[in-house]
Design a protein around this ligand. Structure first.
Ligand code: TYD
Length: 258
């Protein structure tokens, strides 16, 4: 197969008159940006099993000969790992001497994301890789927009401003029933606390209302963007869900992805 021409943001920018603002160019071009790779995100409530499925999909794609890059939000860059330890550690608020305000939490999530786009996602896509990202902006819309009640509009505006509106090609949304994912998340957190003596996730202390709003927000996102979001709603076992994910990815992956 002939190699696809390589376009990057710098090439595009050279074609645009200098008086046009760079952020304006990016916001127009990134959505249609001709990267050669393929960008997949995994979403779902804590305990939905997405991290296990991401690992399995990565292993399968690699065994099929694809170049695969995996990461998670927040984290995976040096800066992101620091941000992660601040926002997820349930002891942060004691150390910082006060609550992390919802707006601060949102801004830190986006700072992490911007860095991961710059350091990992765009270079990997330009290199032709399939990028698998554990959580992305849908998490901000669900957790900060709905859970913390900051509203979707604010999150989507942040996404345009900070992430140049870079959208995944496909989002795999794992939505097992609300009760089973909450139960799994709480059990996992208790196990981690017992094993490591730390309670990593501030979010897992939240009440059921917080999680119900997140669950509803994910449903709303799936209904709003059916082309991008593939929702897997059943409570089937890990192997069946893995098989379903392979089917979805095989059907969507463009033949041009190496
Ligand atoms: P993590 O331990 O990665 O949880 P999980 O394995 O369930 O993905 O912790 C990520 C937590 O951060 C999770 O509770 C969701 C939350 N989060 C947000 O609130 N907003 C965001 O934008 C992102 C990316 C994550």
């Amino acid at each position: 197969m002939p190699a696809k021409p390589r376009f990057d943001a710098e090439t595009w920018v050279c074609l645009v008159p200098p008086r046009v603002d760079r952020p304006v160019i990016n916001s127009v071009l990134y959505p249609v940006y001709m990267h050669r790779g393929y960008f997949i995100t995994f979403e779902g409530l804590d305990g939905s099993g997405k991290t296990t499925q991401l690992r399995r999909l990565a292993a399968w794609l690699e065994s099929e000969g694809h170049k695969v890059v995996t990461l998670r939000n927040p984290g995976s860059t040096a800066l992101g790992d620091r941000i992660r330890s601040i926002i997820l550690d349930s002891r942060s608020e004691d150390t910082l001497g006060g609550n992390i305000a919802p707006h601060t939490e949102m801004a830190l999530m986006f700072a992490d994301r911007a860095q991961s786009i710059h350091e990992i996602i765009l270079p990997a896509l330009a290199d032709g890789a399939i990028v698998l990202c554990d959580r992305y902006t849908d998490s901000s819309e669900a957790y900060q927009g709905a859970g913390r009640e900051l509203g979707s509009d604010r999150i989507l505006a942040m996404h345009r401003a900070v992430c140049d509106n870079l959208q995944p090609d496909l989002t795999l949304l794992l939505l097992p029933s609300f009760d089973s994912s909450l139960h799994r998340a709480r059990r996992r957190n208790q196990r981690t606390t017992l094993q490591k003596g730390t309670d990593e996730n501030r979010f897992e202390r939240e009440d059921d209302g917080f999680y119900r709003r997140i669950h509803q927000a994910y449903e709303t996102i799936a209904a709003r963007e059916p082309q991008r979001v593939a929702a897997i709603r059943d409570d089937a076992g890990i192997d069946q869900i893995e098989a379903r994910i392979r089917e979805i990815v095989s059907a969507r992956l463009p033949a041009t992805v190496i």
